[in-house]
Design a protein around this ligand. Structure first.
Ligand code: NAD
Length: 291
């Protein structure tokens, strides 16, 4: 069994990006600048945004964090987005999800300039991705593809089962892996909360991407020997033995599934760090596009 080490791979990627940034600097080119908007004080969102900003520093990017209060109105947020769209120094920016209930997330994502949409969530970029055109790929599926590529996990002709059909993980993952690309050419089944006999489907899978957000849902008896497991889930599970009162759990029961898997991502240290590295890669691309 091989661990798909997202922490190590993301560090390798960040080193490669840092070299590119240093090169740009020595050539007198613009330094990539990523901005992030955070609305409210959700604990997990604050952790994610802070690690994104810290990663920018690590690779030599400029970064700006725009911290807005929980009671921010939709109009105020749209104004902030408009400012970032116009700001010539900002190459790309993200709006951390989820947003407070008074704000329509879809309206907000539509307001981001597609050329600065480094999360790849704007319909223009989703459309380009679907049509195999060059664009910003959504960071989590992009990170999974990078991990599969670097560990030389064969996807061509394989049976892939994606659990979850969200716009940010399951849906784009299923599209990308079915496309004609180096990590692709798979036969993909997308499953969701209304899927019947999931276990029968997962048992046939050569590769499973679990992205449903239910702690330790996928167990050893649901998979076949030699399967490759990508665990996207991150759920906080109450644990009084931990100082912070919780532990992070994936969607996969690592203990039982790892006994049968050929490759498996851990949680934490698997898909999570890759997502951040790919966001940086998209920001570098946005900056290069503007050269
Ligand atoms: P979501 O809640 O938007 O979507 C969950 C999906 O799972 C839905 O499509 C639903 O139909 C499906 N689902 C629910 N119960 C199911 C069941 N019993 N059987 C089959 N399908 C079922 O979630 P999301 O935003 O895609 O996130 C999923 C998980 O991944 C969460 O734990 C989230 O925190 C995590 N996540 C991690 C990263 C990362 O970088 N590692 C990034 C994004 C999301």
């Amino acid at each position: 069994m091989t661990i798909l080490d997202g922490k190590k791979t993301s560090n390798d990627l960040k080193d490669e990006i840092a070299i590119e940034v240093a090169k740009r600097k020595s050539e007198g080119k613009k330094i990539p600048h990523l901005a992030a908007i955070l609305v409210g004080t959700d604990g997990a969102s604050m952790t994610y945004v802070n690690s994104k900003v810290k990663s920018c520093e690590k690779v030599g990017f400029n970064s700006t964090l725009i911290d807005l209060p929980e009671d921010t109105t939709e109009e105020q947020l749209l104004n902030e987005i408009e400012d970032l769209n116009k700001d010539k120094d900002i190459d790309g920016f993200i709006v951390q999800l989820p947003l407070p209930k008074q704000i329509d997330a879809q309206k907000v994502l539509m307001a981001v300039d597609p050329n600065k949409d480094v999360d790849g969530f704007h319909p223009v970029n989703v459309g380009k991705m679907t049509l195999d055109l060059p664009t910003f790929l959504p960071a989590t599926p992009y990170g999974i593809m990078e991990l599969l590529e670097r560990y030389k996990v064969e996807t061509s002709g394989k049976n892939v089962v994606v659990i979850g059909r969200s716009h940010i993980v399951g849906r784009p993952m299923s599209i990308l892996l079915s496309q004609k690309r180096p990590v692709g050419n798979a036969t993909v089944t997308i499953t969701h909360s209304r899927t019947k006999n999931l276990e029968k489907i997962t048992k046939e899978a050569d590769i499973i991407v679990a992205a449903l957000g239910k702690a330790e849902f996928l167990t050893g008896d649901m998979v076949k020997e030699g399967v490759t497991i990508i665990d996207v889930g991150i759920t906080r599970v109450k644990d009084d033995s931990k100082r912070r009162g919780y532990r992070l759990a994936g969607d996969v029961d690592f203990e039982s599934v790892s006994k049968k898997a050929a490759f498996i991502t851990p949680v934490p240290g698997g898909v999570g760090p890759m997502t951040i590295a790919m966001l940086l890669k998209n920001t570098l691309l946005a900056c290069e596009n503007r050269d």
